[in-house]
Design a protein around this ligand. Structure first.
Ligand SMILES: [Zn+2]
Ligand SMILES: [Zn+2]
Length: 303
């Protein structure tokens, strides 16, 4: 199954009646990754029927409140629900102190381990790898330490070529090793090469998340050719100067970045609360890059 992205929040600093601050869930293989955890993320999880069990990785792009004020609430709920397994938090280093203080002064009893992985605001860095995915971060230019995230599916098995398998009468017990790339050696010692028995694996899918950032073409090499790019779009381009002063981007600029990076699809979000109607933002980005969608609460998008 291809990875799926769920939008839990799409507003910038201020929430609106329809939009919560930023949060997303990426389902990839058997894992769930939360990306940013703005206020209200827990309630959106429930509304959209996504269980918080199985969220073992939470990536926080930066420490502006609209990207992490929901985190301590989620940690508290996880603990009350009896969570035992380790939670990985990938975030700017000071977040550990903030969470530790909240746990200490709230006398919260957390019965699972939290492993912090500090992000690097200066250079792209590999963070971790599981069976389902590989995660890395890359620097974004914002008012404070901020990173984007690149998530790629893990290595995939080769597909069996059943015609060739039948022809060589390969027993079922060998299927598993053949899918990992091994040759087949029959009882009589004849060797059949793997490339004869298998077909290429399904291509690896990738997702890049560009949280708050000024228009910055230097990020293009990090996000080149991804299947789906999320890029913030706080303003329309008539407010380009305001966007630059606040280290944010416009819809047109997000479209330009998507085009430069040759991505498959662009998803825009982090909309200023001044916009009730998001269509103009969508239309402006589409002028630069046609396959663009709005990151609206409740949206599920297959990558
Ligand atoms: Zn923000
Ligand atoms: Zn910010």
């Amino acid at each position: 199954m291809n990875p799926e992205l769920y939008i839990l929040g799409s507003s910038s600093a201020n929430p609106t009646r329809e939009r919560n601050p930023t949060s997303q869930i990426l389902k990839i293989g058997s894992e769930k990754i939360m990306i940013d955890c703005g206020e209200g993320a827990q309630m959106r999880l429930m509304q959209f029927g996504i269980r918080q069990t199985g969220i073992d990785y939470i990536c926080i792009s930066h420490l502006h409140g609209d990207h992490y004020f929901g985190l301590i609430g989620l940690i508290s709920t996880m603990s009350l629900m009896g969570r035992k397994q380790m939670l990985h938090i990938i975030a700017p280093a000071p977040l550990k102190n903030i969470i530790d203080l909240q746990i200490l002064h709230g006398i919260m009893h957390i019965h699972f381990e939290i492993k912090f992985h500090p992000t690097n605001p200066n250079v792209p860095e590999f963070i971790l790898k599981t069976q389902s995915f590989e995660l890395s971060s890359f620097p974004l230019k914002h008012r404070i330490h901020c990173t984007g995230f690149l998530i790629k599916e893990g290595k995939k098995e080769r597909h069996l070529n059943m015609q060739a398998i039948d022809k060589h009468e390969v027993p079922v017990a060998f299927y598993k090793s053949i899918k990992t790339g091994k040759n087949y050696i029959a009882e009589n010692g004849t060797e059949v090469l793997n490339k004869e028995l298998t077909l290429d694996p399904t291509p690896i899918r990738s997702y890049a998340y560009c949280s708050d950032t000024i228009f910055d073409p230097t990020i293009v090499p990090y996000i080149k050719d991804v299947n789906l790019l999320y890029h913030e779009t706080t303003y329309l381009h008539n407010l380009a100067q305001k966007a630059a002063e606040r280290f944010h981007s416009t819809a047109k600029e997000a479209g330009i970045i998507a085009k430069m990076a040759n991505v498959g699809k662009l998803l825009i979000g982090h909309f200023s609360s001044r916009y009730d109607n998001l269509q103009p933002l969508l239309e402006e980005a589409r002028v630069e890059f046609t396959p663009t969608e709005l990151a609206i609460e409740g949206l599920k998008i297959e990558i």
